[in-house]
Design a protein around this ligand. Structure first.
Ligand SMILES: [Zn+2]
Length: 177
């Protein structure tokens, strides 16, 4: 399973060059990533700072980063960017978007950028009650029905888009408090 995942990730990982001018995005030099709605998902574009300055359409979500040297993943988004993407997915109804949001929610809870208050069993599945602030009110994040294949595909997409492996669902987050 892990081997398959690794192979798929290599195919999907972002290019190491600017999407506009083709210059290699150098380690530790500011670059910009943006996510664009495409088909029923999102496509990632990475650009050098100069090209980013000329971009009119900044996409669904975007952030600045500095490509990391190996062995770090060079295109990893930071937690602020990941949280921003999570927040923007809130209005999305498609099951694939809801699954993205669910996995990101669990990931951000593990990273202590969101807080899980409780989980609730509903007629059509599970609901996570997640707080944006440690002491704030919780909001419901319904978990869409999914298969193990959906889960693997969504993890692969998140790795390609954000450079993070959100991990297995067995790695359950600690609850708030
Ligand atoms: Zn460029």
């Amino acid at each position: 399973m892990a081997e398959i995942f690794q192979r798929e990730w290599k195919v999907a990982k972002p290019a190491a060059a600017c999407a506009d001018c083709g210059e290699v995005l150098a380690v530790s030099v500011e670059a910009h990533a943006s996510l664009h709605e495409e088909g029923d998902g999102y496509a990632r574009r990475d650009r050098c700072a100069a090209c980013w300055g000329r971009v009119a359409e900044r996409g669904f979500s975007h952030w600045a980063y500095k490509p990391a040297p190996p062995p770090e993943k060079p295109f990893r988004a930071d937690l602020v960017a990941i949280r921003d993407f999570y927040m923007k997915l809130a209005g999305k109804e498609a099951a694939s978007d809801r699954l993205l949001r669910y996995l990101l929610g669990l990931y951000l809870v593990r990273k202590k950028r969101l807080w899980l208050e409780r989980t609730e069993r509903a007629a059509d599945g599970e609901i996570l009650w997640i707080r944006f602030e440690k002491e704030g009110a919780a909001e419901p994040v319904p978990v869409p029905p999914f298969t193990p294949e959906d889960l693997l595909e969504t993890r692969r997409r998140l790795d390609a888009l954000l450079g993070v492996d959100v991990g297995d669902l067995e790695a359950q987050p600690a609850t708030a408090g």
